[in-house]
Design a protein around this ligand. Sequence first.
Ligand SMILES: [Zn+2]
Length: 343
Amino acid sequence: MRIRIEKAPKRPKSGRGFPDSGEFETLHKIADKVRPLLQISLTKGIISFQGKVDLNETLVGLQTGDISRVIDSVPFEEFAGEIIDLRDPMLAAAIESGEAQAAFLNRSVSRLIPTIPPRFAFNTDNPRIARIIDNRMLLITNSITNETRSAIAKTVTDAFNFGQTARETTKDIADVVGMTTRQATALTNFRRNLEAENFGGLTDVQRRVIAPRTRNLNFRDAAIRGKFADRVGSIDAKVDKYKDRLIKDRANNIARTESIFATSAGQAEIWEQAAEEGLYDRNGARKEWIVTPDDRLCPFCEPLAGVRIPLAAQFQSDLGPVDQPPLHPRCRCAMNLIFAEEL
Ligand SMILES: [Zn+2]
């Protein structure tokens, strides 16, 4: 039997902004450990939230052409409660990251900067990190609910242009709750294509002509009459499966981003605590943006590699200013603390 010899993994680029030490790997490990939990909580929260849409209100809103009534049929004020399970794991990841960073700083100052005492220790009694995570939870909630409002508006407009009945669109609205606008479009197109494919062995041209009309003929009502029950049932099952996948993808995206937020926040918090204790010269120190090998090709983060700024300042990017990673969804960047003595 031949044994394949694996090539050694590529070493990260070294130099400023591309660490050859593996500190960011510790943070990534913490982020990767909490990520599945965040994803599961988000998926559950979004699915449960979809079940809370008042479909009668949605229908009346659609029938009367009242978009704000359609949007109000979604109880957005309850969404924060649906995803509350994210909060404690995010806080735990931030604390774990702060503790790991404290241990790392103690090791490096002992080795490199004898004037700084190796007394970095994360104080979990300080309520600030919990506040930071709570604020982030608000941000996540707002971003998902705002995106949902756009997704619903887009779905209603598309349905109207397509000649869908209000009854048909009602189900589409509940389905796109929690999705991005792009995902919402993908889901409704998926259903339309299945319907076009299933009803009659049509050519592409015929399908294009007839598809809007099949919608108008209201196949859902036909199904009730038993005429197309099987085919409609199988379309619904496929759409539900695709919907679940889209929500899982969305949850995964957010979980990736937020796990990096939590670890960066824990890091920044230990820097803050140590500065308050006077362990190092805060004004002289800099935070440095690290583009990790996971994120090396990102056009938004790449220009930030190695950028060093005062601790209270914000990194300036094409996507706007940020205090810390992540810069964008799925960003895997990290930070380093550079002491005044190292500059
Ligand atoms: Zn990045």
